[in-house]
Design a protein around this ligand. Sequence first.
Ligand code: AMP
Ligand code: MN
Ligand code: MN
Ligand code: MN
Length: 293
Amino acid sequence: MLMKNSNINNTTEELRYDLHSHTNLSDGQLTPKELIDRAIARDIDVFAITDHDSLSGLTIARNHCNDNGLKLKLLDGIELSASSDFGDIHIVGLGIDQEDNNLQQLVVKQKQLRRDRAEQIDDKLNKAGVSGILEMIKQDGVDLVTRTHFAKKLIQKGFAKDNTQVFKRFLGRKGKAKVKNYWESMQSCIKTIEGCGGVAVLAHPTRYPISNRKLSYLIEEFKLEGGSGIEVSYPSLNPDEAGWLEVHRAKNDLLASAGSDFHFPDLKWSDLGKFRPVKKNIPHVLDRLLLES
Ligand code: AMP
Ligand code: MN
Ligand code: MN
Ligand code: MN
């Protein structure tokens, strides 16, 4: 149960939390400090920054909380890109140890894969008659390049009108600049996260382009490989999908997690803390993570 005061005679107030968010050290817009300040402004009690394949924002965020005496329980997090039998997936690691050697090595490896991939995407864009995009991204001082960075520049340069179009034309599964990814395996990512004391959570399961049947196998495999959690609430999830996910969470004995996957302040539907409440009385990642701290 996730209550602020769980003493028997206290009136209990539910915790506000968000366990999935991005800073400008991956493909978000806000700096780690700005993101923390926004979490405080949204009355969030427990918060995780989960940048794509990066640990760079965690210490900055923690120092910001400590230096300013902010009352926010911060969990160190990451969102790893991983390859699975069902295609590329995202695994959120919560309560990770950023000093862990295996985790640091994995992050170094993933960052190199991202650099190589960015070059390949840029080559394909060149062949499609769009030149100099990666150079522009680099000039902005971007260290970890994601497809979001490509998308933004392509839109700015007028090659597409919005994100949907840019992913359809260039960056998505059938786009002209689609390249194969060589991410670390799901098994290895789970092992590294859980091996350093973290909780490995299957991120936004319904966003993968696979059938429900395949998704149910993916969830089973995630559990078999040692994963502990699954996101069961996030923006854009409809009630039917949420119900389906809850059935499969329970069937595989996974802990529930939830988050906004916040990237940009102007996307009001995915603001911090904004997602349907998770059903009460079901096993939750915070049961484990708050117990340990
Ligand atoms: P990457 O990890 O570099 O492959 O980039 C993936 C990121 O691109 C995701 O985390 C999303 O933020 C964004 N993204 C992926 N697909 C789409 C899409 N169809 N529309 C908008 N953003 C997307
Ligand atoms: Mn992203
Ligand atoms: Mn993701
Ligand atoms: Mn994310």
